[in-house]
Design a protein around this ligand. Structure first.
Ligand SMILES: C[S@@+](CC[C@H](N)C(=O)[O-])C[C@H]1O[C@@H](n2cnc3c(N)ncnc32)[C@H](O)[C@@H]1O
Length: 263
């Protein structure tokens, strides 16, 4: 357990889908003056080096962020901020994407269990309103919801190292969406040849929770085996979320086979 390391996948096509969508949704939520809370169950280390041996080994970033042209989208606000602070090979994990878009008065709580990833996260994520927890993400999310401020977003982005994480994630997302009706719940999942994501998406869709959006992209050049696409589920999606997701897909279209589905 806990053998997954996100450094191998940072900046890949799945990351750009997830991070562009996250940036677009936080941009939407921060248009209103009232403060928000950002919660994340599986945060990773927040700061990645795309010149690292891990990145070179998979080549995922070359098929992801390296293909894209910077522009005015909030995703680029986060990428440019981390590059300005740490150099051109730096890439933001989701906590750093969120931090780039939050305002004074907003709050964030980040869970990470892996000792080295947690140490990196704690070093990268300092500042007013930021709490870093070394604890199980599902347990932490349950304990911290509903948060104060009540508006906000929870990202659930597990490593899916064991098959049961798909159904466990479905149950967690549904529970959090009820415990925290003002909170947008955002779940990332991989599209794999075995179709394991159906164990997550199926139970959620069967319940028909409020504000459900399913958003999937297929990668431009997926490996012969392994992950061929990236999926997101939103629960309690706010007005404007579907348009925000479409804008995020457009930003990253160079990494995708087509501008795929939002159901
Ligand atoms: C997919 S990565 C997160 C990537 C990050 N959200 C991003 O987009 O930059 C999943 C993370 O979950 C951590 N993890 C695994 N099991 C966990 C658990 N039970 N509770 C909290 N974190 C866990 C792993 O160490 C890994 O860093």
């Amino acid at each position: 357990m806990l053998s997954y390391q996100h450094a191998y996948h940072a900046g890949g096509p799945a990351d750009v889908h997830k991070h562009a969508a996250l940036a677009a949704l936080l941009h939407l939520l921060t248009r209103k003056d009232r403060p928000i809370t950002y919660l994340e169950s599986h945060a990773g280390r927040a700061l990645y080096d795309l010149a690292s041996p891990e990145t070179a080994k998979t080549g995922e970033a070359m098929r992801g962020v390296a293909r894209l042209t910077p522009g005015a989208h909030p995703y680029w606000t986060a990428v440019e901020k981390i590059r300005a602070a740490h150099g051109p090979a730096a890439y933001p994990g989701s906590p750093a994407v969120a931090q780039a878009l939050l305002r004074p008065g907003d709050r964030m709580a980040l869970m990470e269990l892996h000792p080295a990833e947690h140490a990196g996260l704690a070093a990268a994520m300092k500042g007013e309103g930021v709490a870093v927890h070394k604890r199980d993400g599902a347990e932490g999310l349950r304990a911290l919801t509903p948060p104060d401020p009540r508006r906000g977003l929870a990202l659930i982005d597990p490593s899916y190292e064991v098959k049961t994480e798909y159904v466990d994630t479905a149950m967690l997302a549904l529970e959090i969406s009820v415990r925290w009706p003002e909170g947008v719940v955002m779940v990332w999942y991989p599209l794999l040849p075995a179709g394991r994501h159906e164990a997550l998406v199926g139970p959620v869709e069967a319940v028909e929770p409020k504000g459900l959006i399913r958003d999937e992209v297929i990668f431009a050049d997926p490996p012969p085996r392994g992950m061929f696409g990236s999926g997101l589920l939103l629960l309690n999606a706010p007005y404007g979320a579907a348009e925000a997701l479409a804008e995020a897909r457009a930003v990253c279209a160079a990494a995708y086979a087509d501008d795929a589905a939002a159901a």
